[in-house]
Design a protein around this ligand. Structure first.
Ligand SMILES: Cc1cc2nc3c(=O)[nH]c(=O)nc-3n(C[C@H](O)[C@H](O)[C@H](O)COP(=O)(O)OP(=O)(O)OC[C@H]3O[C@@H](n4cnc5c(N)ncnc54)[C@H](O)[C@@H]3O)c2cc1C
Length: 537
């Protein structure tokens, strides 16, 4: 039931971004507590989707946007089931939120970590009506900032030091259950009339409205049958996945041994896409792992899942403490380096035509599904940086576009670390050895490169790409103004940069269509100011 309008309003809004869940959501609790009415809002800003970033990459693929739309839709269903709702609008947050929240005294939200999110917060805060304040609340961590065992804005850059501090001095709080009671939706006013509110409470954008061309939309609506699993956005699906992987399939007990796999849904939790949008909280996963330890078994594997979630926290805190450095050519150390790899080498890497089976299989999986295993990510990143000698940021931007689980801290943090620009030890992977170690029977590479795991010999010349996959590679090359890839021949191994590059330095300047686009945001200005007029390709 809607409440009466109160002149001394305690009406609130909840601005949802990457916290699309009812469970363990501190911002939601802050918004509900003592509020006479609550308007939950999600803003789709088209600039966050089909906007060029770096070296031919876009901000988001249509597939990731689809996962987001599903997650927002699921959040609306959850809120409606509690007697509330979710207003969805299209535009810039700083333009649309002030109007929608004009009767509110507070807009609650989960505090962002990286510059795009914090810049957006500042703009919104500056545009809100004077009686309305932005209330930023931390959420989505395993170890909350006041309990992470060290100063959250000055964490050690060595993961082991961070983990040791978190484990010895920090603590993990129990997840908060969903609020028992939800304040009613606000009563429409003259300024915010009923038809506007009703429309927003029903609206969901299409992929076309977010700027995607129809061929990409069509591709994004299809699920590749070779994918590790089907990812559908939303809190209910996330909790179901957790239950299935941990308890029904009983995978947690062997996680340590199987986590380096690349094929199938069992080798790891696959929770990252839902974690990235906040459809599930890391503390809920931790709590369920504890229950598993009590009800089933406690071993190195059960510890290791929490260990991996601590990596996720680590990069969030690196994001808090290092800020924009995560996105700069020289990373955290600021080292300078002149990359020598070519645009063609980057493009072959993107479409999985480098000639290195392990790299190509992983890159095709990413292109076709939006997912790649952790083992794959480490190898393809190392290959781009050290074998192809291409700027690490171009790889990070490609991952940002395609990964369903894209998260600014985890993605750019892992990439800057892969490039050796955090000041810690660098791992250069020998992809041939890794292939022998992790895919000795070539099941994974055959699955992606030859369309079969049984009939084609390793290194055979009978490469059989799926036709849909082929078409994607051709379309992509066309989009970047490159010659169509030679789909029926194995491409030659590209020249190796070889030098064991300590990645860095020379940011690509806008020097061609779709290549290092000057409109990019996070990298804009700052990186170019650091590296004026650099054009080395
Ligand atoms: C170059 C590169 C880029 C990456 N980009 C992202 C990204 O954008 N988003 C993302 O969530 N992960 C990223 N990762 C980390 C890791 O590869 C994925 O989190 C993992 O593969 C997701 O699969 P999963 O959920 O089955 O993981 P599990 O093995 O089941 O692990 C459980 C959870 O632990 C966390 N985790 C595990 N490893 C890492 C790690 N190295 N860094 C941070 N968190 C970790 C994730 O939240 C993951 O869901 C990247 C790694 C590399 C090397």
């Amino acid at each position: 039931m809607a409440s009466k309008r109160n002149p001394v309003s305690s009406a609130r809004a909840l601005w949802l971004r990457c916290d699309l869940r009812l469970d363990d959501n501190p911002a939601l609790h802050a918004a509900c507590s003592g509020s006479e009415s609550l308007l939950p809002i999600f803003v789709f800003d088209p600039a966050k989707f089909r906007t060029p970033t770096l070296a031919g990459a876009w901000k988001s693929s249509a597939r990731r946007a689809r996962f987001l739309i599903e997650s927002v839709s699921a959040m609306r269903r959850q809120l409606e089931s509690k007697g509330s709702g979710l207003a969805v609008v299209l535009g810039k947050a700083e333009d649309v939120l002030p109007e929608m929240c004009r009767d509110c005294s507070e807009v609650c939200l989960t505090k962002g970590v990286c510059s795009e999110e914090t810049d957006e917060e500042k703009l919104v805060s500056g545009n809100l009506f004077s009686k309305c304040k932005l209330n930023k609340v931390w959420g989505g961590f395993l170890y909350m900032p006041d309990e992470c065992g060290c100063a959250p804005d000055n964490v050690p850059l060595l993961f082991t030091s961070f983990k040791n501090k978190a484990e010895s001095r920090g603590s993990i709080r129990n997840p908060m259950p969903a609020p028992g009671q939800f304040p009613p939706l606000p009563v429409p006013t003259d300024d915010n009339p009923k038809q506007h509110l009703d429309k927003a409470l029903k609206f969901l954008p299409t992929l076309e409205q977010l700027g995607f061309p129809s061929d990409e939309v069509e591709g994004a609506m299809q699920d590749d049958p070779r994918a590790v699993m089907k990812f559908v956005g939303g809190e209910d699906v996330a909790l179901e996945r957790l239950k299935k992987w941990m308890f029904d399939d009983d995978k947690l007990k062997e996680y340590f041994e199987i986590r380096n796999g690349m094929l199938g849904d069992g080798y790891s939790s696959k929770l990252s896409p839902w974690l990235a949008l906040g459809c599930i909280s890391p503390r809920r996963i931790w709590k369920e792992a504890q229950r598993y330890e009590q009800e089933r078994t406690k071993n190195k594997s059960t510890y290791w899942l929490v260990f991996e979630l601590t990596w996720r926290d680590f990069y969030l805190y690196v994001g808090i403490s290092q800020g924009i450095k995560l996105f700069l050519p020289g990373g955290i150390t600021g080292q300078k380096y002149a990359w020598r790899g070519s645009k063609e080498a980057l493009e072959k890497w993107k479409v999985g035509r480098t000639g290195d089976d392990l790299v190509d299989a992983n890159m095709r999986e990413l292109l076709a599904t939006g997912f790649m295993s952790n083992r794959g990510r480490q190898n393809v990143a190392s290959y781009l940086i050290f074998d192809l000698d291409v700027d690490w940021r171009y790889g990070a931007a490609h991952f940002e576009e395609l990964l369903l689980d894209y998260d600014p801290c985890s993605n750019w943090g892992n990439w800057v670390a892969a490039a050796g620009l955090t000041g810690q030890r660098v791992n250069k992977f020998n992809t041939r050895k890794q292939l022998n170690d992790y895919d000795p029977k070539r099941e994974y590479v055959n699955h992606w490169l030859r369309g079969s795991t049984s009939t084609v010999e390793r290194n055979g010349s009978t490469s059989k790409d799926h036709s849909a996959d082929k078409q994607k590679l051709v379309d992509r090359a066309k989009r970047f103004g490159l010659p169509a890839p030679e789909l029926d021949e194995e491409s030659k191994t590209p020249p190796s940069g070889g030098k064991g590059a300590r990645g860095n330095g020379k940011g690509g300047k806008a020097n061609g269509k779709g290549w290092a686009d000057p409109k990019r945001r996070r990298w804009q200005a700052r990186s170019e100011k650091e590296n004026p007029a650099e054009s080395y390709y």
